[in-house]
Design a protein around this ligand. Structure first.
Ligand code: HEM
Length: 137
């Protein structure tokens, strides 16, 4: 992926994570995006979940740096966890996830711009496409 896109994403991610409310706002948006999402998180410990999500932004970035081999190298366990044999997260739920994330970035990143939003879409898109493609395997 283009170095400029990765640079924009990294800058925005650092600004977002500097906001102590970023992950809570994201999960607030995500849970209110659909009853289907709320259902999946019915028994979740969100302190643990916030930490897991924060770490997975780095993993998604690594995957996007090497679009060809990165997803397979870094995202295998996450794909298995979200696939048909475990959490059963279908493709339609990733639309809610990405929309909620973009909405949150817009609120939390003082350096937000259209290009910043496109960078998040591009970087997260690599991982999302991979997770969806691995749903049944
Ligand atoms: C690319 C987007 C996503 C990323 C990066 C991501 C990341 C993660 C991570 C890191 C975990 C913790 C895994 C573990 O404990 O082993 C997790 C768990 C989970 N994710 Fe996702 N996720 C994504 C999309 C989604 C979507 C769209 C849903 C749909 C509702 C979802 C629902 C869940 C649920 C229910 C759990 C388990 C929570 C629990 O332990 O109670 N995720 N996710």
């Amino acid at each position: 992926m283009d170095a400029e896109i990765l640079r924009k994403f990294e800058g925005s991610l650092a600004r977002c994570l500097a906001d102590p409310d970023f992950l809570d706002i994201f999960y607030g948006n995500f849970l209110s995006s659909s009853p289907k999402v709320r259902e999946k998180f019915a028994g979740t410990d969100f302190e643990r979940q916030n930490r897991a999500l924060q770490a997975s932004f780095d993993t998604m970035l690594k995957a996007a740096r090497d679009e060809e081999n990165g997803p397979e190298t870094y995202l295998g366990p996450l794909a298995e966890r979200h696939g048909a044999r475990q959490l059963r997260v279908g493709a339609e739920l990733y639309d809610f996830w990405l929309d909620s994330l973009l909405k949150t970035v817009k609120v939390c990143d003082a350096g937000w711009s259209e290009e910043v939003e496109q960078a998040w879409e591009a970087v997260m898109g690599v991982g999302i496409r991979y997770l969806c493609s691995r749903y049944n395997s």
